[in-house]
Design a protein around this ligand. Structure first.
Ligand code: 6A9
Length: 779
């Protein structure tokens, strides 16, 4: 609150929006487009959650009681510790249909989501949810009831009305009703042919991010008082949250339709309810699934390329990518320098309140937007639905501030914030993250030039690019100025900690490759080869956009010559090539002679304690940083190396050699020969990008291998063989893990190929689908 007057008088630059018309204000994102995407499964952080794309929405969701070893647990927010043996969207089209399967210790829930827009329904139309509960090994003891809790909550705090007659759902299927500016009158119903017992509870609270606690407390009280696992059928005055408990003997099936715009005379409630429940719904869901299958085949053409097992994983990949798309609203917290002149007592300042429609890397661990992940996500999404893709990129670019900076990790709203450890919350305006959105934009421009879109789509992409252009320019300039190095066409990632004595190799979170080893002693004299290559990609993309628009003002030339400079093979080699290895390295203040060792130190309370501290056994000097891994392959990924160069052969050797990068499951992030291979960074930081296999980088490398197996040159056959083997290994391992574990994973172990880290991780690991389809960036 102290900030307020200061902010109003003079808004700090860092939280000043980029001064240009917002992309999301373009006409193409209004009207029918906006309405068609209004409702969705936009709460990827819960097992099933529905909301509208509006800051304060009506939100719906599902909880249930899971039973494990005779104990009861409330399921709601996607939590790894729930140990579901699988969950995820086996089908989802990102718009009006999805089918999810969740297996919770012998109990299987299938959740289907369907939207429809019929005459009479209000803004955004109607939607319905079908929940189908079955059991696999449902034993006698569990033959009791299963308990589902379906809730509706109004983030605006508007009161919701309970139907007068909830307890007898056969007589009257209406559960609740209300009215809102955005949807008009609405009704929520429950229908089933099975015997259900229904109870309810109504709450009034502004805090809707800890709904699980609310329900759990209410149930707990009932159990203590009456020994009943049953909501009390009571409500606070004018509740903004309604929870319906639906209990029945397994198996059973329920349909929960939501109708909007019901106030109107012409609203034909009965008819609409009929079409969203029972046998009509069954029919419609089958039809939608067939549509999904057909579109999948049309987009990715897999049938002739992979076996039927892989095909199912491919569908889960795109289904979860689309089903995982979320809508978030809130303010990022931006780190302030210590001596800021805004007289703030906090170490942060809030960004402006913003909306973000985005896919997410992982529904359980990281259910929010990450800048460089998003570029990879969109490689899949644009091929499925170009309008969803543009909408997402538009949201991201609208988050840009006046300096051309976009915060890397988007923690928007109380619900998102509640999941993030403190040290990760603040976003640093000096730090970037790879501008992978250029990967997609470059794809789009190439495809435009090749007339791959309908004329409507082409028009929309063009007007999008036209409006986005100033922002893209600013983004490019932000990197080109703030991240430039001390030599011409050199760059380095800012944000490394040069004062730490704890880390074996100070992390480079901004690069996205976190603990991938860089110069041992961070300094302004570093040159990072990956960033240099990202800049090339960005310059090339900007150039191709200027070409498209035939910009007369010299911009075309400018980006063209930057791209030329950055792809100059000799300059690249002078700066980054290690001739002996035929590998590309970072440059910086470096020694290999560092290690972590235990030291006795005095803690704050003056007691002796032991700590892992870094020792440097030799004076670092300016030199190439001799680690072979993903970073060394960036010039290869960018296809800078001429096909006839001996260096290409060397790169192929590094890739295909088992004692460096090759494994039967994909390419290691760091060579086995590296001094930091699989080394911990601190006592608490196990190796992350120091060995394990990551799909996004494997995709980029595969894409280059594909390129070199197509262009003429002495190493063409070699590239082709490696390409085929690597592709086969990646697909086989991801598919195997999926069947074995029920999930796609964040990374894969380089020794046995086992999935590691976050699960489900249906962000860039889903690129396995493009690998199956052999679809790579067109350049
Ligand atoms: C930790 C822990 C419940 C790390 O996929 C998102 C990012 C990537 O952009 C990045 O390249 N991941 C990669 O190195 C995950 C980052 C998570 C940071 C926040 C919160 C919560 O655990």
């Amino acid at each position: 609150h102290l900030m307020k007057p200061v902010e109003d008088a003079q808004r700090p630059r860092v939280v000043t929006p980029f001064p240009a018309p917002k992309i999301m204000d373009l006409p193409q994102f209004q009207g029918e487009h906006k309405e068609s995407l209004y409702w969705g499964t936009y709460r990827p952080q819960v097992y099933l959650g529905i909301r509208a794309r509006t800051p304060q929405s009506l939100v719906a969701g599902l909880m249930w009681i899971g039973v494990k070893d005779g104990r009861y647990f409330m399921r709601h927010v996607c939590q790894d510790s729930d140990e579901l043996s699988t969950y995820g969207w086996t089908h989802h089209n990102g718009r009006d249909y999805g089918h999810q399967v969740l297996i919770d210790h012998g109990m299987t829930l299938a959740t289907s989501f369907l939207k429809s827009k019929e005459d009479g329904s209000g803004y955004g139309g109607d939607w319905t949810v079908r929940i189908d509960v079955k059991s696999e090994k449902w034993n006698e003891e569990m033959l009791r009831s299963a308990h589902l809790f379906f809730y509706l909550a109004d983030e605006d705090g508007n009161a919701l009305s309970l139907s007068g007659d909830i307890l007898d759902i056969r007589e009257n299927s209406l559960l609740a009703l209300g009215s809102r500016m955005d949807v008009g009158g609405w009704q929520l119903h429950l229908e089933s042919v099975d015997d259900l017992e229904v109870h309810y509870s109504g709450f009034r609270t502004p805090h809707i991010h800890n709904l699980s606690d609310l329900v759990q407390e209410s149930l707990g009280e009932q159990v203590r008082k009456f020994g009943r696992l049953q909501l009390p059928d009571t409500s606070d005055n004018s509740p903004n949250i309604l929870v319906f408990q639906i209990s029945a003997k397994v198996p059973f099936k329920i349909d929960i339709p939501f109708l909007s715009g019901t106030g109107l005379k012409s609203s034909r409630v009965e008819e609409r309810l009929n079409s969203l429940t029972g046998t009509s719904l069954t029919r419609e869901l089958i039809e939608k699934q067939n549509e999904f299958d057909n579109k999948f085949e049309k987009c990715f053409n897999l049938t002739s390329k992979v076996d039927s097992e892989s095909l199912i994983v491919g569908k889960a990949a795109i289904g979860n990518m689309l089903g995982g798309i979320g809508y978030f609203y809130g303010q990022s917290k931006i780190s302030l320098p210590k001596n800021n002149n805004f007289k703030s007592h906090d170490n942060f300042i809030s960004y402006w309140p913003a909306e973000l429609y985005t896919a997410v890397p992982s529904r359980s661990f990281f259910p929010r937007g990450f800048l460089w992940d998003e570029g990879f996500h969109q490689l899949l999404i644009w091929r499925w639905d170009i309008r969803i893709c543009l909408d997402i990129i538009g949201h991201w670019l609208d988050l840009m501030n006046i300096d051309g900076w976009i915060p890397r990790e988007q923690i928007l709203g109380a619900e998102a914030l509640s999941k993030v450890p403190e040290e990760f919350v603040l976003q640093h305006p000096t730090n970037g993250n790879p501008p992978t959105l250029f990967l997609v934009l470059h794809d789009l421009v190439s495809s435009l030039k090749r007339n791959k879109f309908t004329s409507m789509e082409s028009n929309e992409i063009s007007s999008f690019l036209e409006r986005a252009f100033v922002r893209l320019e600013a983004w490019f300039q932000w990197f080109n100025t703030t991240q430039s190095g001390n030599e011409m066409s050199s760059y380095f990632w800012h944000g490394r900690d040069s004062t730490t004595t704890r880390e074996l190799n100070p992390k480079t979170l901004s690069s996205g490759l976190d603990d991938y080893p860089r110069a041992s002693h961070p300094s302004g004299e570093e040159h990072h080869v990956d960033l240099r290559c990202w800049m090339l990609l960005a310059a090339e993309c900007m150039h191709s956009i200027t070409e498209l628009f035939r910009k007369e003002n010299g911009l075309e030339k400018e980006y063209g010559s930057t791209a030329k400079l950055l792809s100059d093979f000799d300059i690249l080699n002078q700066m980054h090539l290690d001739k002996a290895h035929g590998a590309y390295f970072d440059f910086g203040n470096h020694t290999e002679k560092v290690r972590l060792s235990w030291k006795e130190v005095r803690a704050g309370n003056n007691y002796p304690t032991r700590e892992l501290v870094r020792e440097t056994l030799e004076k670092p000097e300016l030199r190439l940083v001799p680690h072979i891994g993903y970073v060394s392959l960036f010039p290869f990924m960018e296809k800078i190396i001429p096909p006839e160069s001996w260096i290409l052969e060397k790169q192929l050797d590094l890739i295909s050699n088992r004692s460096t990068l090759w494994t039967d499951y994909g390419l290691r992030s760091l060579s086995k020969t590296s001094s930091l291979y699989m080394k911990r960074n601190t006592e608490h930081d196990p190796p992350y990008w120091r060995g394990p296999i990551w799909m996004n980088m494997n995709y980029r490398i595969l894409s280059a291998l594909h390129h070199y197996s197509q262009v003429d040159g002495p190493y063409r056959d070699k590239a082709r063989i490696i390409y085929n083997d690597l592709r086969g290994n990646l697909i086989r391992n991801v598919v195997h893990n999926y069947y074995q574990s029920g999930y796609l994973w964040e990374q894969y172990d380089q020794k046995k190929g086992k999935g590691k880290g976050a699960r489900p991780f249906t962000g860039w690991t889903s690129l396995v689908l493009l690998i199956m389809a052999e679809t790579y960036c067109e350049r």
